[in-house]
Design a protein around this ligand. Structure first.
Ligand SMILES: [Zn+2]
Length: 277
């Protein structure tokens, strides 16, 4: 029995897949689309945690250590740890998933903002920008595993086509929608809003809880402009959203902008907007 177990362990080591790490679950969806089953994907951010305040701990290192590739997303914890990763894991290729993206800046109300923090990194909610992310992912995979290059290229072409179709579908779904404004707790929908001529009105400003004066301003705007939907992500404080919803007569819709089922969640948000607007 012991010998058998020993053999099995050794065999499983022999057939172990290479590991690629990503920061957030939507990237897991994208890498899977291109890599198929050729790599095991390790997602650093646990479900229902806040991508901006996530604290990377040494317990997260073990899988990263085994990774050939790490696809970054410009998050706060990456800025703190990337240099350490580079130093400790010389064989880990660190890939900027958002290469060639033209970033939007957060609209911040105070003057003393740090430019580095003003960059809006939520590019993964726009299917057309995801084409660029996918191209970057495919390029890195092809370089790392040239034996699979053909498959990656095929998968990339198919995924690009799916993203084009999804874009057309969302445009079509939102065609008749007249009131194109929505309130969102965490302002992660700027690229999506820009793509589909919508307007997100954020509750949270520069990562901070709204003040009473902010809430009053938003309620006034929501009433004047007849805004009917408030997006809230799981794990976020709902109280402010509930107060808002009651005051404006709007509906709270739970949308997870970090969902692993990326395409389904995007369509779910489109459906919510269509119904509410
Ligand atoms: Zn965010």
């Amino acid at each position: 029995m012991k010998i058998l177990l020993f053999l099995l362990l050794n065999l499983s080591f022999l057939v172990a897949k290479p590991v690629a790490s990503v920061s957030i679950a939507p990237q897991e969806f994208f890498v899977k689309k291109i890599a198929g089953d050729s790599v095991e994907i390790n997602t650093l951010l646990p479900q229902n945690s806040d991508e901006h305040t996530f604290e990377f701990k040494t317990s997260h290192l073990s899988k990263l250590e085994k990774s050939d590739l790490y696809f970054t997303m410009g998050l706060e914890f990456e800025k703190v740890f990337l240099d350490k990763f580079k130093r400790n894991f010389p064989n880990l290729s660190i890939v900027n998933t958002q290469k060639n993206i033209h970033f939007l800046e957060f609209e911040e109300e105070h003057e003393h903002h740090d430019h580095d923090h003003a960059k809006d990194i939520h590019t993964w909610l726009d299917p057309i920008l995801v084409k660029t992310l996918a191209t970057n992912i495919a390029t890195a995979l092809k370089e790392k595993y040239p034996q699979n290059a053909k498959m990656y290229e095929n998968n990339l072409q198919n995924f690009h086509k799916e993203l084009e179709d999804l874009n057309l579908q969302i445009n079509e779904e939102l065609k008749g929608v007249k009131n194109r404004k929505f309130i969102v707790y965490h302002p992660s929908w700027a690229y999506f809003a820009k793509r589909y001529r919508l307007e997100q009105i954020p509750v949270e400003i520069a990562g901070k809880e709204p003040k009473i004066s902010d809430l009053k301003r938003i309620i006034k705007k929501a009433r004047e402009e007849n805004i009917k939907v408030i997006f809230v992500q799981p794990g976020f404080p709902e109280n402010a959203a509930k107060v808002l919803a009651k005051e404006c007569g709007a509906k709270i819709v739970m949308i997870n902008h970090l969902a692993k089922d990326w395409d389904k969640e995007l369509l779910k948000s489109v459906e919510a907007l269509k119904k509410a607007l």
